[in-house]
Ligand binder design. Structure first.
Ligand code: SF4
Length: 322
């Protein structure tokens, strides 16, 4: 299998903006909109976004913006979070069908029944869940703050952690806390294989392997660093190596290239030997972003009661991760 190598960005020809990208910037101004984009959306959208980051950074940006419209290039639970934090603002996303396997694998009704079996447990939910699951949770977390949040829970409290079993088991390993884990998983991150990472590391003279905690344990075990996408940037910037093997959604490499332009990044391969994308994030295209800004649709709509209930655990997270 051929390695997928991204050379130092300094050596790449800058690409001029396309007509669609230019039009997005014009309409954004007319609408007094802000474009928030997740690290996993395509390069063309990252280039016109006001902020590109992980779920924690995006939640903070959504909370602090004074724009009238938030165009959220990501998946539906992220746009919902922005709406919950800004009920008075118009929040649009390029494609309403962009969901997430973690969200799909944790239905609010199932969680409600599960909670009844463990009435004394505190529920910590990864932000990758529906507004309905957020309502039933005590605290939300992201991969960037999950460890800190769990460490703040008194040792004698039982914890239900949902919906990602891999992020949950990584926290158990790091903290020694015995949590009850939901059995959800990320469709994209479970496609990486430990053997592939070991082979890449050998082929690239021991280059450090950096993986996301949504990856299964065998992949995490052969990694030099396991962390959120935001922390990956810091790790690669500060580490003396000039090459890194990256086991997270390949669109993230665009951010590495822009922010660390003198280093080389090698994408870990899926089980089919290809670069691993998130099919939900790929539903965000520049054309759909332009259309949602022009039409202010599809728009996120949630009832006041649901937003009030789901805001409580999100604000708790922001408070606990200052
Ligand atoms: S990468 Fe995985 S967790 Fe993230 S949005 Fe895609 S399916 Fe969900």
């Amino acid at each position: 299998m051929e390695a997928i190598v991204y050379p130092p960005y300094n050596n790449c020809e800058p690409k001029p903006l396309t007509d669609v990208q230019k039009r997005i910037l014009e309409v954004k101004k007319e609408r007094n909109a802000v474009i928030l984009a997740h690290n996993y959306v395509c390069r063309e959208i990252q280039e016109v976004a006001d902020y590109v980051g992980d779920s924690l950074g995006l939640s903070r940006e959504a909370k602090n913006t004074d724009a009238d419209v938030i165009a959220f290039a990501g998946v539906d639970f992220m746009a919902e979070t922005a709406k919950i934090l800004n009920p008075e603002k118009t929040v649009v996303l390029p494609d309403h069908a962009a969901g997430c396997s973690l969200e799909e694998l944790c239905e609010p009704m199932e969680l409600a029944l599960f909670k009844k079996k463990h009435p004394d447990a505190i529920v910590i939910s990864y932000i990758n869940c529906s507004a309905g699951v957020k309502e039933l949770s005590d605290i939300i977390c992201t991969s960037g703050n999950a460890l800190d949040i769990v460490k703040q829970i008194p040792a004698d409290r039982k914890i239900i952690f949902c919906p990602d079993q891999h992020l949950g088991s990584w926290i158990v390993e790091q903290t020694g806390r015995d949590m009850i884990l939901w059995n959800g998983y990320c469709w994209a991150h479970t496609k990486y294989q430990a053997d592939d990472l070991v082979a890449l590391k050998k082929a690239f003279n021991g280059a450090p392997v950096v993986s996301h905690p949504e990856c299964p344990k065998p992949v995490r075990d052969v990694s030099d660093c396991v962390c959120s996408t935001e922390k990956m940037i810091k790790f690669c910037r500060e580490h003396p190596s000039d090459k890194f093997i990256i086991a997270t959604v390949v669109e993230m490499i665009h951010r590495f290239q822009r922010e660390i332009p003198d280093k080389t990044f090698i994408a870990a391969r899926s089980s089919r030997g290809l670069a691993q994308h998130c099919r939900n994030m790929l539903m965000n295209t520049p054309e759909k972003l332009l259309a949602c800004l022009e039409n202010l649709s599809p728009e996120i709509k949630l009832s006041k009661e649901q937003m009030d209930a789901a805001r409580r655990p999100i604000e708790k997270m922001l408070e606990m991760s200052k």
